[in-house]
Structures are given as C-alpha cells and as structure tokens.
Design a protein around this ligand. Sequence first.
Ligand SMILES: [Zn+2]
Length: 549
Amino acid sequence: MNSNIVIYGNIYTVDKKNPKASALAISDGKFVYVGDEEGVKDYIDKDTEEIRYDKGIILPGFGEGHGHIAPGGTEELFFVHLNPMGTLQEHLAAIKEFVKNRPEMDVIQGSGFVPTPDMGPNGPTADLLNGITDKPIVLADIGHHSYWVNHAAMERLGIDKNTPDVSDGIITRDEQGNPTGYFREGAMDLLKELTVFSVEQYKEGFLHYQEEYLANGETLILEPIINWDTTDNAAIACHELDMEGKLHMHIYAAYQVFQAEGHDTMAEIEHAAQLREKTKGSMFEITNIKIQIDGTMPGTPSTAYMKEPYTDPWSIEHQHRGQLRFDMETLIKIYIKSHELGFTVHAHAIGDGALSMALDAMEKALEQTGEHDYRDAVTHLQVVDRADIPRMAKLNVIASTDPHWFDFEPDYFEMMVAVLGEERAEAQLPMKAFFDAGVTVTSASDYPVTNPAYPLAGMQKGVIRQLPGRPDTLHNARERVTIEQMIEATTINEAYQMLCEDRLGSITVGKEADLVVLGDDITKCDPEHIQDSPVLGTMVGGEWVYTCK
Ligand SMILES: [Zn+2]
C-alpha cells in the first residue's frame, strides 16, 4: 500500500496500545501506518513525500475543551479591548479612542474591565460613560458575567425604572429604582439585542481565530455557547465556512438554554436539535446543550453557588451562598430531554454547590433514562467538594478544567482568602484529584476569558501551577499533574469529551491524520519552557494547515 506522506521523528501517539513510534504513513487523510522505520518501507513509493524531524516531538492535534470562539473571534476584530489591570480613566480613554477610530460601528462594544470599588460601590455606572458618544456602549467584564452600559444603550432598548427584575440575574438600581447601567448574569440578556453580530462578521471572526490557533497546534474545539448573542448567526457562519471548505479546525458546539422569564427551556433544546440538523457538516456540529448553573466570583455580590456561605470582597458584611440560575426540577428535565435528543450536557459550575446540583440532577435523570454514554461535562470546577469527585467518576462525568487559571498573584490570592476562607481558597482548582479518582479530565481555557489561550501554555500551567520564575504565584502544588497527563487531557480526552475519539485524539491507524510537530520535546524539557517550544507544523486530515516559515 502506498501513501502520500511518510513522517519520521519522535512520535508520541497518546495511543495506549502503541505509545511511541518513529515513523508514520498517511494516505487519503488518515494514518495508515504508525510504527518503526523498517515497517513504514512498505508504504513508500516514488510519489511518497518523506519528511524527517531529527528533534522535537510529534503529537496528536491539540484540543480546547471550552473556548468561546463565537464571541472571541469577533471581539478580536470589532471590540474595544480594556486592560483588566487598567484604571477607570484608562478605560474611558480607550473607549474614546475606539469611538474616534471606528466610526462604522453603530454600537460600541468592548470587554476586559474588572469591576473595582473606584467605579462605585455597586459596580460601574452609565453616568461614568456620559459625554463619550450618543451611540450605545456595551462593555463586558473580563469574565463576561456582567455588562456595563451607557444611557443610550438603555434608552435604545427602553430599559428603565419599569423594567421588571429577572430571576436569574441582577439589574443594579439606584434608590429610585432606575437601572444604573450594570447588568449581571441573566440580566445581561436584556442587552443582547445590541450585541448581535452578522453572519459575515462571525465568519471573519472564526477565520481570524482559526489562523492564530492552528499556528499553535489547536485542531479541535468545543465552542460552549454558539448562540452567545441569542441568534443562530454564529452557527450559520460556521456551517457556511464548513460548506465553503474553509474550516480546518474541528468545531463542536454547545447551544445554551435558560430558565428565566421569556425562556421556554424545553423548546430551546428542541430548537437546538433543529439547528443541529440544519448546520451539521464534516467539520462543524452542534452536539451539546450548555447550562450555566451558577455565576462567577469574586464580584459584588458574587454569583458562584456554594455549599457554605462566603463573603463578598468589597463588603465583608455580606455573607451568602451565591446565585443559582436553575432549579433542580428543571435541571433534571434538561438532562433527560437533552439525552433523548442525542445531546451531551455541558454544565458551568464554578462553586461546589453548583457541581453537586449537576451531579444530583444527572443521577435523577439516569433513574429515568437508564445507562448511558453521553459524556456530560462539568466545567470550571473552581471550588469542589472532594466527596463529589468519586461521584463524577461513577457517573462518567468529564472534568473540564481550566489550567490557564492555576496560578494566583499574591494580592489576588489574599482577596480569595478573604472571600472563601483559607481552606477553600487553598484547595481551589483541583486537577490531579480528578485523575487520581479515575475521572476523565480535559483542558480548557474559557477563551477569551483567557486570552491568548494557547494549548502549550495551558499544558505548562497544569504542570507547574505558577508563572515561570515566580514561585510567589504558585497555587495548590499538590494538584500539579505530569506533562503526560496534560497531553492526555489536551488530546485524546478532548476527543472523548466531544465523542469523536474513534476518529480523532491520537495517532492511531485508521484515525484522521491530525498532528502537531513541536521543535522541542516537551516531555523532556524544563517544565517552565513547555510553552516556548516552537510549533513547526500543524496537520489536519493529512493536509498541512500551518507550517512555520
Ligand atoms: Zn465559558
């Protein structure tokens, strides 16, 4: 049998049956041989291209377990970028500059601010944005859990004193009941009309992301909220790119559903199923239902849902358990309905209370639906009750972890101690504990919350849990994992989470030929330099989609 391409090198397959190889052959976009130089000879004829890498390592294409490329790609192109460390004055200057330079924008959108006390005791206000422009301004915080908007934005949408509160979010109001311009969690929905991008803008955004991340070895991604702006535009954009042959990254997507005023949760799951049929292709498919069970922390008040009370960072008196966006009955229904329609459920749970609820709901759903293999995932997992980890293993729930977040600046950690107390703060963001309990662990970045979010940087952070040369940023050293575990989490386990491990995720005969060639052997190099290894080439389906010039 002849092949188009034969590659020689240090091949790390992530295939337990055949872990190391020195040669591989590719034909018609698939691996047809993975073994030694002697064995590959049978696959070579005069037309075969032979490539040899004397150093470095060859790995399966990298995966991203939770990256918001729908908003992320468009944000790169059409947003004002606020520096999270910046002051209020710096934010205002950046917005003014953007307004001047981008006159074509009907709505001024931006992201990246951190709500700090100098913006006001109850978060930033519309008044702060007075005098900049007559156009609506909508700014997302760095974690995309709140919007800071100007008066023009509220006026355009008719949001005022009479706008009713929402059950899954917070409209911040002044003493007279007027919205002040700060909308949290589910209340962000009220502004969504202003944050819509067109299909064409999404296409530009996806291609922008794809080019940058293929150059960093990423070939597979879960986009966790394809309906970010509540439209189908991003899904249609991915589908059109797929049909045009322009998608070179495998994109699986989740469709987010809600339980709140104006939402019919079950009808939204049905809509997702229809959209799946309309948009599915070889490189793009909607396979997940996304639920955001709780919110984020810190904030005022914080919205992560915990088993035990915790404190708000800027108002020590305020002790609470956070905020839930679903009740148990609805969660159970979501799991049942999603599974019936062939969807996996991807749940956002940042607090230990939210994780437990997700697991309880899955257990209850299973009682009705019986054994399953849906690969439901829970993501973020910042505060975790250790007692829930064996439950995750038993239920075959995937731990979608965020290694990029595994270090803490000392000041920030001090604040987290004030918020959570020492014990919970120190145990944050486990990873090794999941591996030890036999849970399938994947790696995610929550891009653009982490930005840039290159896979090698995530792998490095999972191994060292600190910034290079900065031992003062080390967090929870007991949860360090090995580079081999990080590779597994970033390749085969991502494919397992996305139910495509029969086609992707390892260098195995019969699978699609997706691989990354690195200039340094990251299994042998100094762990503080994993992320410095150059990506020499990225291949998807037997075609080079990136080569280092
Ligand atoms: Zn996310």
